[in-house]
Ligand binder design. Structure first.
Ligand code: EPU
Length: 427
């Protein structure tokens, strides 16, 4: 068997029009399915998106002894009655950093965990010191051996933990660990992201005592055991924002179902600033754009400010906008890799440190470009949709890690997009 290289080919210039549904949130589903490690009972998770990262996480959980049954592709039954292996190997962690989410729950439930250190990635160094610091404060003994985090704790105890910086998976890891610790844990400077609230809601349904999720102080009173439950994952706010940015850039008119506008205040504000007309309802968002977008200056920061996971998509929007925009990335030190690719499409962007200055031009040129990470891939798709002529995007496996059926959804909205090449072809 050898791998041919799947690519996306986009013929630009078609406004996105029509209606699609939004999938469950990748970054909520990942910690929610890990919560199964905290109970012997069955956890049923609904609205799980079909994504490479989810598949990788399910394989990883299966390797620890979790029984997994998928009734249909979006409903998953998980049962961690017996944990037989407490290791997350390098081969898995290097493909998906979210594997670090096994550390807290495995340690709390089984008293031990061996998780490969993730190492750096395409968007930055991404250390996990805050995860380690928090678990040590709860009584864990942690050492780094042969590239693995080796953690042991007979019984974790409650602690007051002040995070040095806001970390999403760090907060989630500590919150999960604290549910089974003895006593009360207070996490200060906690991440306020909606995905943290979603995980907390699942844990509460499993019997955990958690207060304050969604604020910067989360209090968890440990309980002896958690029970099974059925939980439905929240809609993906980044997938939602990506389609909205694409519709705005292509002067389109789209209706997104099964989403939640309340998760996207900062993004909707910026789209409105660019000239889009937005209407929202209980579980839908409509965006209509009738003219060339105006440039939008923004700065990424932890929730509720503008998300780093939407920065690249707004970069593409700004490439064809009227005016000059300044985008500052404050979360990751190396998350402007898409700039070089957008420049190959004739974009006018200058980078100084963590800031990009984008002078909008009326039209991008289609070109061969390469995806470098998940959200960078999404920005190249948007650029391809607005560009004149053909854009070929290589390394789209990044895209498949985080966007469910992206071509199908774009085709439904009238885009001219095609996937060529296959993942596995016999020699
Ligand atoms: N950081 C540390 N030490 C730590 C933890 C984080 O220095 O112990 C730093 C990171 O290096 C980064 C900043 O803190 O500079 C924030 O990182 P955070 O820990 O919040 O990121 P994460 O939890 O690893 C999640 C999402 C990312 C998203 C970020 C920021 C998941 C599975 N991943 O990552 O999603 O960009 O929060 O919102 O929830 C994506 O979906 O494309 C993606 C990268």
């Amino acid at each position: 068997m050898h791998k041919s290289k799947p690519k996306l080919i986009i013929q630009g210039g078609n406004p996105l029009r029509g209606e699609i549904h939004i999938s469950g949130a990748k970054n909520a589903a990942l910690p929610v399915i890990c919560a199964t490690l905290l109970t012997r009972d069955t956890l049923k998770v609904n609205n799980v998106p079909r994504l490479m990262d989810i598949t990788t996480m399910l394989i990883l959980l299966e390797q620890t002894g979790v029984n997994i049954h998928s009734e249909n592709q979006s409903e998953v039954l998980l049962s961690a009655e017996n944990l037989t292996n407490l290791t997350a190997p390098y081969e898995m962690v290097k493909t998906m950093r979210a594997a670090i989410l096994l550390l807290g729950p495995l340690l709390a439930r089984a008293g031990e965990a061996n998780i490969s250190l993730p190492g750096g990635c395409a968007i930055g160094m991404r250390p996990v010191d805050q995860h380690i610091k928090g678990l040590e404060a709860m009584g864990a003994e942690i050492s780094i051996q042969h590239g693995y985090i080796h953690a042991v704790a007979k019984k974790l105890h409650g602690a007051r933990i002040i995070m040095d910086l806001v970390t999403v998976t760090g907060t989630e890891n500590l919150m999960m660990a604290a549910t089974l610790a003895q006593g009360t844990t207070i996490i200060e400077n906690a991440a306020r992201e909606p995905e943290v609230i979603d995980l907390a809601n699942c844990l509460i349904a499993m019997g955990a005592k958690i207060k304050g999720a969604g604020s910067d102080i989360i209090t968890v009173e440990g309980v002896p055991a958690l029970r099974g439950t059925e939980y439905t994952v929240m809609p993906d706010r980044i997938e939602t924002g990506t389609f909205l940015a694409a519709a705005c850039a292509t002067t389109g008119d789209i209706f997104l179902k099964e989403t939640d506008a309340r998760l996207l205040d900062a993004v909707l504000d910026k789209l409105t600033e660019s000239g889009a007309k937005i209407k929202t309802g209980n579980n839908w968002i409509q965006l209509k754009m009738t003219k060339r977008p105006k440039s939008i200056t923004l700065r990424t920061a932890p929730y509720p400010a503008f998300p780093t996971d939407m920065q690249a998509q707004f970069m593409s929007l700004n490439c064809i906008a009227d005016g000059t925009a300044v985008i500052t990335e404050t979360i990751f030190e190396n998350r402007l890799m898409h700039v070089q690719e957008l420049k190959r499409m004739n974009a006018d962007i200058k980078v100084e440190g963590h800031t990009a200055i984008i002078r909008g031009i009326p039209q991008l040129d289609g070109a061969n470009v390469m995806a470098t990470d998940l959200r960078a891939s999404a920005s190249l798709v948007i650029a391809g949709l607005v560009a004149q002529g053909e854009t070929v995007i290589d390394r789209i496996y990044h895209l498949d890690r985080g966007y469910e059926s992206i071509e199908d959804k774009l085709l439904q909205l009238g885009a001219k997009i095609e996937r060529v090449g296959q993942a596995d072809i016999p020699n």
